[in-house]
Write a protein that binds this ligand. Sequence first.
Ligand code: IMP
Ligand code: MG
Length: 197
Amino acid sequence: MSNHLIEGRTIRGGETLMPGEILIPSEQIQTRLKEMAPQIAERHAGRNTLILGILKGAMLVTSDLGQYLYDAGLKDTTLDFMRVESYGNGTESTGQLTIKQDIMEDITGRDVLAVEDIADTNHTLNFINRYLLGRGAASVSIFALLEKKSRHVVPFQPDYVGFQIGNIFVQGYGLDYKQMTRLNRNIFVGPVEPNGR
Ligand code: IMP
Ligand code: MG
């Protein structure tokens, strides 16, 4: 039984796709975000939520989700970013987290909605959750666009998940391989070398 407030929609068959093939087309990402926004907006209504995008991977999803939340009536929000790096140019998390750019706003007593691209090993989300609470946030909610349940090393439960995917490396829509392809609007199967697409 899951404690997710919004459980991720399962995407099947990714393991049978070849690198470069689209796993989640842009339209499906946008439809899912639009569908989730009213429920999330309702939960955060009247709480002066700080929407916190985790850079760089969550920049597109933070922008798109944030606009759908606004459309859904959640207008009393502020927006900030922090940049955390969990690994260099490989496809595996090292578990070593570094804050490359800290939050600018004072989060003491604030309700923070952290937006992340993917919950993989969970090292990052676990770290961010503890960090924000340690900085005095009144509450921390976590949105993860993607979740790879089979890869979790640290038990951690995001509150809102867009899609459940299998044990595959993905790129696009914020996600990179060697820093490339973040601006591709689709999520596709990797790893695809920077000059390969
Ligand atoms: P975690 O700490 O292992 O949960 O992973 C967090 C970070 O690893 C994410 O924010 C991504 O930047 C990166 N990551 C994990 N899986 C993928 C993937 O499939 N494609 C691209 N980046 C990934
Ligand atoms: Mg990231």
